[in-house]
Design a protein around this ligand. Structure first.
Ligand code: PGA
Length: 258
């Protein structure tokens, strides 16, 4: 695992934007396209803002990009302001020249959700797999909406959300808006098949989950700990998110803090 600690959220977002842009350029040059796994939530907003603001030779060429999002609420149509489809249009898709037919979101409105989950897995495979998957981490250690207890080999499926996640995300829902209790999420097994993973974590609220994920045992009780099993996991933390780590992590090795 490559773990980098940046001074603050801005520096973390800038570093993430550079890594994502470079990966899009590298994959586009090599294969003519790049498949990007996208995440929602507060954490990647700074990354998306910087991706759309880059110009000149720095600007990633989204005309060659296909995207797959990690998750979507069950029962929220894409035009609902709290749906992740809406989030992605607001923060990224409406601002870049990505072809609409290359944008993929899990379908939380399908009448047959199981069939829609299986179709999502097929579409990822047909696209040649995900080159770079962007990830956040929940304060309970969830990865996408794979809540504690999720099989480390799980596939795209419907997941019931924990009380902790519902409480963490309640801030996005206004008065009178119903917060869904279930979501469609890529599984941990699906995420682990991406060629590269880039996880971002910011703030003290994530410090304990980051410690458990990076330095604790690999366990379904902390789904993000599965990152320890990935050959190309790059983790970007700000100082606050790194504050509970017992080790310094540098160049892929961990040493006990002095
Ligand atoms: P956040 O969510 O970026 O809004 O903190 C991350 C997550 O729950 O995965």
């Amino acid at each position: 695992m490559l773990v980098e600690t940046l001074p603050d959220y801005d520096a973390l977002s800038e570093r993430a934007a550079r890594l994502v842009s470079e990966e899009i350029r590298r994959r586009s040059l090599r294969t003519g396209r790049a498949v990007l796994g996208c995440a929602t939530g507060s954490t990647p907003i700074g990354l998306y803002r910087r991706l759309i603001a880059r110009d000149g030779p720095e600007a990633p060429d989204f005309s060659r990009v296909a995207t797959f999002n990690l998750d979507e609420y069950v029962g929220l149509p894409p035009e609902h302001p709290q749906s992740y489809g809406y989030f992605m249009r607001e923060y990224l898709f409406d601002h870049v020249d990505i072809p609409a037919d290359r944008i993929h979101m899990p379908d939380g409105m399908a009448t047959d959700l199981d069939a829609a989950c299986a179709a999502y897995e097929r579409r990822i495979a047909e696209a040649g797999g995900i080159d770079l998957q962007i990830l956040g981490i929940g304060s309970n250690g969830h990865l996408a909406f794979n809540e504690p207890g999720s099989s480390l080999g799980s596939r795209t499926r419907v997941q019931i959300l924990t009380e902790k996640t519902l409480a963490d995300n309640a801030r996005f829902f206004g008065e009178g808006e119903t917060q869904p209790h279930t979501a469609v999420t890529m599984g941990l097994g699906t995420i682990m098949e991406a060629r590269k993973l880039l996880m971002l974590a910011s703030g003290t609220g994530k410090a304990a989950a980051v410690r458990d994920a990076l330095e604790g045992p690999v366990t379904a009780m902390c789904p993000a700990s599965v990152l320890q099993m990935h050959p190309h996991a790059h983790i970007l933390l700000d100082e606050e998110a790194a504050s509970a780590l017992a080790y310094t992590h540098r160049d892929g090795i961990a040493e006990v803090k002095e």
